[in-house]
Design a protein around this ligand. Sequence first.
Ligand SMILES: *[C@@H]1O[C@H](CO)[C@@H](O)[C@H](O)[C@H]1NC(C)=O
Ligand SMILES: *[C@@H]1O[C@H](CO)[C@@H](O)[C@H](O)[C@H]1NC(C)=O
Ligand SMILES: *[C@@H]1O[C@H](CO)[C@@H](O)[C@H](O)[C@H]1NC(C)=O
Ligand SMILES: *[C@@H]1O[C@H](CO)[C@@H](O)[C@H](O)[C@H]1NC(C)=O
Ligand SMILES: *[C@@H]1O[C@H](CO)[C@@H](O)[C@H](O)[C@H]1NC(C)=O
Ligand SMILES: *[C@@H]1O[C@H](CO)[C@@H](O)[C@H](O)[C@H]1NC(C)=O
Length: 287
Amino acid sequence: MAKEEDKKESGEWKEFFWNPRTHELLGRTASSWGLILLFYLVFYTFLAGMFCLTMYIMILTLDDYQPTWQDRLATPGMMIRPKGEFLDITYNIENTESWDVYVQALDSFLAPYNNSQQALSNYNCPPDNYFIQEDSGEVRNNPKRSCQFNRTQLEECSGLSDHTYGYQEGKPCVLIKLNRVIGMRPGKDGQSPYVTCGAKKEDSDKIGELMYFPPNGTFNLMYFPYYGKRAQVNYTQPLVAVKFMNATMNTDINVECRINSNTITNFSERDKFAGRVSFKLRINTKN
Ligand SMILES: *[C@@H]1O[C@H](CO)[C@@H](O)[C@H](O)[C@H]1NC(C)=O
Ligand SMILES: *[C@@H]1O[C@H](CO)[C@@H](O)[C@H](O)[C@H]1NC(C)=O
Ligand SMILES: *[C@@H]1O[C@H](CO)[C@@H](O)[C@H](O)[C@H]1NC(C)=O
Ligand SMILES: *[C@@H]1O[C@H](CO)[C@@H](O)[C@H](O)[C@H]1NC(C)=O
Ligand SMILES: *[C@@H]1O[C@H](CO)[C@@H](O)[C@H](O)[C@H]1NC(C)=O
Ligand SMILES: *[C@@H]1O[C@H](CO)[C@@H](O)[C@H](O)[C@H]1NC(C)=O
């Protein structure tokens, strides 16, 4: 009895798989299967087509020379050179090796700023005005030229007259750069932005006199606006050097440098790196 039922059941299964009476495979006729396969073929082809079309349109709207998506940074960040793993410059005057790393870092950083190099690749722009090189409509005005920033403009901090950038005599130079932001115009009415440095409250009597190069610590307006790496291939970032003339020895000095500009205002308290950079300076004299 049980055997007969088993037989019947397996017969039903066989019939479901292939029904010779109705010519149905898994409950569908050949034409039904054909229609279903055709439907999926058309459906997935359509999806793939949509995907390709969307990508194509995306790529068409991308600009080779300018990122489509860029954070609207109201206040760009600043960075120092030489820069170690942490933003601290600590050395011992007596120990040549302790400051030679900074001198070497500055030497290699400033190599592209050599006057001869600048004269070769960049243009001697009229100062104190933006160097505007807009495209006219769809006509690209590329490649765009860049302005010379000569190493000699850093004077005592150029590493040319004083090969140790003041490190050996305890009057070190620190270079400051403003991060590149495409299209940023950091000053109006012909007033260039400038850098000022100071000590955190508790160190204010230790920082001593500072000197800035170029004079007044300005980033001249002629280095702006920046048009991006592909459009402005030879762009040389302007620098400001700060020289610590009389810093107190054998103590930590927490220094903060910031940009002063009549267009970059609204320093966000949320972002502690906006428009400023902090670092620690310590010059030791004892072994
Ligand atoms: C830049 O100038 C310095 C000093 O004149 C020289 O030692 C160095 O080799 C120059 N670097 C380049 C890349 O021309
Ligand atoms: C940079 O140096 C070159 C070569 O010495 C000189 O011809 C040029 O006028 C200088 N440019 C600036 C902006 O000082
Ligand atoms: C960039 O610099 C190279 C030499 O270093 C020069 O031949 C070229 O003309 C410069 N390009 C622009 C756009 O100034
Ligand atoms: C530096 O600033 C002072 C006062 O703001 C100004 O009189 C002087 O002309 C400036 N120097 C340069 C080279 O811009
Ligand atoms: C250097 O700073 C010390 C105090 O830290 C001060 O007594 C001295 O007069 C300063 N020297 C100069 C040349 O400013
Ligand atoms: C700066 O902030 C003030 C008020 O907090 C606002 O009215 C002004 O539009 C802001 N400026 C910029 C450039 O964001």
